[in-house]
Design a protein around this ligand. Structure first.
Ligand code: ACO
Length: 320
């Protein structure tokens, strides 16, 4: 049978780093408040010339190089973003052009913070259906451009960045690569976390609006349930998991979810202190950090999970 296996990972961050102390000069907040409530210490913010597509392309190049695969061998690009360069064309096609790929399947996926989980699931299915042998699966965001920089309840929480993986078809017995993915959405909760603009409504880009407490409550419940469901589908126990790579929204959500499942904090990758919430980029960015610093190694069993606007949520169990 065909397995879809992670061949390489990559990531990219904007050059400029903004600390909590920097933000405290702009809005009524403090370093202590932000660290205590979220675990965030700093975030990278895109400057002029840095866009979702340029960050995505840098991350993709790093993943291709780690995988030892040429751009021309890529047959599929799935890019998860909620901050595309333009309303259309899809940012995936811009990345394709920047990588010098003349012809492949390329499209964006919109599932906000769960976007990368949706993208992995879609790419996994397409690879197993023979659409492409090598896929780039990317999460990339410039959240800073949809933040209301006068709203302290949201502007301190987000950052910009990109992460990418090369997912490739490999013949095997089904024990390697993406073992199981589960996705969910419940649009009734849209008003709890949304952007108050868009092409078809206001013809503006809009700003993020959020009911933080409600989002927090749903996040822990939904993440714990989808993690259990996905581990069951993969036929593995929580104890078999080497690393959990969670969406990096908030340290307290990550800790509470791990605790609910009885997962040791030593096996949870945490980068929210460095990057804040980079939405669809956060899971592949955290994954790449842990691969590059040697924590995550070939042969290990990892679990990716995320929850975001919609609400949408999902998880994937992957044997490296
Ligand atoms: N600095 C200082 N004070 C602040 C700030 C700030 N940046 N933001 C809010 N406050 C104040 C509030 O005004 C409020 O003051 P009041 O008591 O005088 O009214 C007080 O702090 C408490 O506000 P709460 O919103 O109740 O604080 P809470 O403990 O819930 O923390 C937070 C807020 C961090 C947003 C939390 O609810 C949370 O993490 N929610 C999850 C949201 C999230 O992660 N969203 C990301 C997208 S979804 C996802 O990725 C899962």
């Amino acid at each position: 049978t065909l397995q879809s296996v992670i061949k390489g990972t990559g990531s990219a961050l904007p050059a400029r780093c903004v600390t909590n102390a920097d933000l405290a000069q702009k809005v009524d907040t403090t370093d202590e408040w932000i660290i205590e409530r979220t675990g965030i210490r700093q975030r990278h913010i895109a400057g002029q010339g840095e866009t979702t597509a340029t960050l995505a392309t840098d991350a993709a190049r790093a993943a291709l190089s780690a995988a030892g695969i040429a751009a021309g061998d890529i047959g599929l690009i799935v890019l998860a973003t909620t901050t595309p360069d333009n309303t259309f064309p899809a940012t995936a096609t811009k990345v394709q052009a920047l990588l010098g790929i003349d012809d492949c399947v390329a499209f964006d996926v919109a599932a906000v913070c769960s976007g990368f989980l949706y993208a992995v699931s879609v790419a996994d299915s397409m690879i197993k259906n023979g659409v492409a042998r090598h896929a780039l699966v990317i999460g990339a965001e410039t959240m800073s451009r949809i933040l209301d920089w006068e709203d302290r309840t949201t502007c301190v929480l987000f950052g910009d960045g990109a992460g990418a993986i090369v997912l490739s078809a490999e013949e095997g017995d089904g024990s390697k690569g993406v073992l199981a993915s589960k996705l969910h959405a419940d649009g009734r909760h849209g008003p709890m976390l949304y952007v108050d603009g868009g092409p078809s409504t206001t013809q503006t880009v809009g700003f993020i609006r959020m009911q933080g407490r409600e989002v927090f409550r749903h996040a822990v419940t939904n993440l714990a349930s989808v993690l259990t469901e996905t581990l069951d589908a993969a036929g593995v126990a929580p104890d078999d998991v080497d690393w959990v790579v969670p969406h990096q929204a908030n340290r307290r959500i990550i800790d509470a979810t791990a605790k609910k499942l009885g997962l040791s904090p030593d096996r949870v990758v945490m980068t929210v202190d460095q990057h804040a919430n980079t939405s669809a980029a956060s899971v592949p960015l955290a994954l790449d950090c842990a691969v590059r610093d040697g924590r995550i190694r070939p042969g290990q069993l990892i679990v990716l999970e995320a929850m975001g606007g919609g609400f949408t949520w999902g998880a994937s169990v992957i044997r490296l």
